[in-house]
Design a protein around this ligand. Sequence first.
Ligand code: NAD
Ligand code: TYD
Length: 354
Amino acid sequence: MKRKLKNIMVTGGAGFIGSNFIQYLFNNGFDGILVNVDSLTYAGNPENLTEIEKQHGEKNYFFKKCDIQDYKNIKDIFQQYDIDAVIHFAAESHVDRSIYGPKEFIFTNIIGTFNLLEIARELWKERDDVLFHHISTDEVFGSLGEKGYFTEETRYSPNSPYSASKAASDHLVRAYYKTYGLPCTISNCSNNYGPFQFPEKMIPLMICNALEGKPMPVYGDGLNVRDWLYVEDHCEAISLIMHKGQDGQTYNIGGENEWKNIDLVNFLCEILSSLTEINIEEYKKLITFIKDRPGHDRRYAIDCKKIKKVLGWSPGHTFETGIEQTIKWYMNNQKWVENIKSGSYKEWIRKHYK
Ligand code: NAD
Ligand code: TYD
């Protein structure tokens, strides 16, 4: 198998992980064509890629504002750029939003993925040097008890509309590989954290609220466990899969870094205090226990032995360094936080799409 990987379509590249991934590729010598296809929902912000746009725009990097459900436009982009790999991040990604309004999750995550797969199947009929890589989540496996880990063989058991929609899209990708021989890989990763994450997810929400002196809301008893993965380590794993992963294979990616939510929030207070010289108790006072999320999965933890063994990957950042870098990034990028919360990038869209 020799993948071409020359002209790459990244979907959802204006979001958190997608924009980190695009930066990762260019910073690590990628010199092909990269087309970022993103519909710019509330979570997508083209400002994430200002530097990339400056350095590679209109030469190697192209942005297309487009919904992944749009058959005609996506097919045109595929043909215009002679796409030979799709790295598929685009999704509705927040569990709480899926509880209040599941519809968008069904459309984007399931129908959108189906649309991309159909176009790839149609246009890649004669090719075996292509790749459709699908980014998924460990949440498709459901909830763990106090012991055990999710492996690639764990039975799917999604509990939220978000994880159910991701599970459905994983099954479609698998089916396209099995039925049509479409060259596909899937990765299921644990909770990511790092720069450019929308401040609705737990870590940036806690950091931003703490910096503003607002309550830090902890759901339920705060004893739910998540396995935290630094986004750059995740990007490295995806790049390895893209280059060396085997068609039809699934890879679990985790940080080997389990934390109870309440312990993590206390740890954030400690690092915040060391960076701002504000007494830790001032931050801890902000911690507020609130009503639990319905269907709140108790524990996620990934066994990532497979990707370590077959692709030689391992998480490179310790939680201490990753969290410190993340907090510093949010402290230095308050304007970005303001902009993404207010949706001020819509001005950018108006200018670019008159
Ligand atoms: P995000 O919400 O930050 O970004 C999603 C991006 O997709 C945004 O730029 C948005 O504008 C775009 N998008 C949404 N709907 C679209 C549509 N219909 N057409 C085109 N673009 C659309 O999400 P993220 O945290 O970067 O997650 C990326 C992927 O990783 C998702 O597939 C998610 O399920 C998966 N994932 C995320 C995590 C995590 O901790 N963040 C963990 C496991 C898996
Ligand atoms: P989140 O970042 O939403 O990711 P996910 O639900 O996909 O794991 O939440 C991480 C954990 O933090 C989860 O157990 C829910 C909890 N949480 C809070 O306690 N308070 C909050 O305000 C948020 C957003 C999450």
